[in-house]
Write a protein that binds this ligand. Structure first.
Ligand code: S3P
Length: 175
């Protein structure tokens, strides 16, 4: 069956929700960033620092191309995956895309203490988050088959909602 693809801004909860979904559905969970880290033997932060963002985006593109050749998975993409239209096209073909959406204030709160994300290393973090969010919001919305507002919801509740909606959408696609 079609993959369940999670997209959304950093801090929206893609990895956590993806893990819960995969347990509930007995499906394999593929986290694109984790796969890249395993293959490279480096963290995402190290890859950005040593080889730069363009190199990371190339790895991300290759990783998505490969993942999309398989079915029955839950896939969590990095927050910037939607920047490349080819990624979006591949993900759309292989699955149904759910956007985990949080208001800007919620994202800022969750990302305030983050140490690891290479795109948030500047001093004015709030400003940077806002800039990236404004740049990307439309791309997320265009890519998504369904938007899930995750504010005040637990990972468990979000996963249940996605499963219900996934089943409905799959039926519609099959009809
Ligand atoms: C990125 C998000 C990160 C990771 C990389 C770039 C982005 O993933 O892929 O740091 O461009 O938004 P998460 O969304 O899982 O943090």
């Amino acid at each position: 069956m079609k993959n369940i693809v999670l997209i959304g801004f950093m801090g929206a909860g893609k990895t956590t929700v993806g893990e819960v979904l995969s347990q509930k559905l007995g499906r394999i969970f593929v986290d694109c960033d984790t796969l890249i880290e395993k293959r490279m033997g480096q963290t995402i932060a190290e890859i950005f620092a040593q080889k730069g963002e363009d190199f990371f985006r190339k790895l991300e593109r290759e990783c998505i191309e490969e993942i999309c050749q398989r079915e029955d998975q839950v896939i969590a993409c990095g927050g910037g995956a939607v920047l490349d239209p080819q990624n979006v096209e591949r993900l759309k073909r292989s699955g149904l895309i759910f956007l985990l959406s949080l208001p800007l204030s919620g994202l800022e709160e969750r990302l305030a203490l983050d140490q690891d994300r290479p795109l948030l290393q500047e001093k004015e973090r709030g400003k940077r988050i806002k800039e990236l969010w404004e740049e990307r919001e439309k791309k997320y919305l265009t890519a998504a088959d369904q938007v899930v507002e995750v504010k005040n919801m637990s990972a468990e509740e979000i996963a249940d909602l996605i499963i219900r909606n996934y089943r409905k959408l799959v039926k519609e696609v099959e009809l």
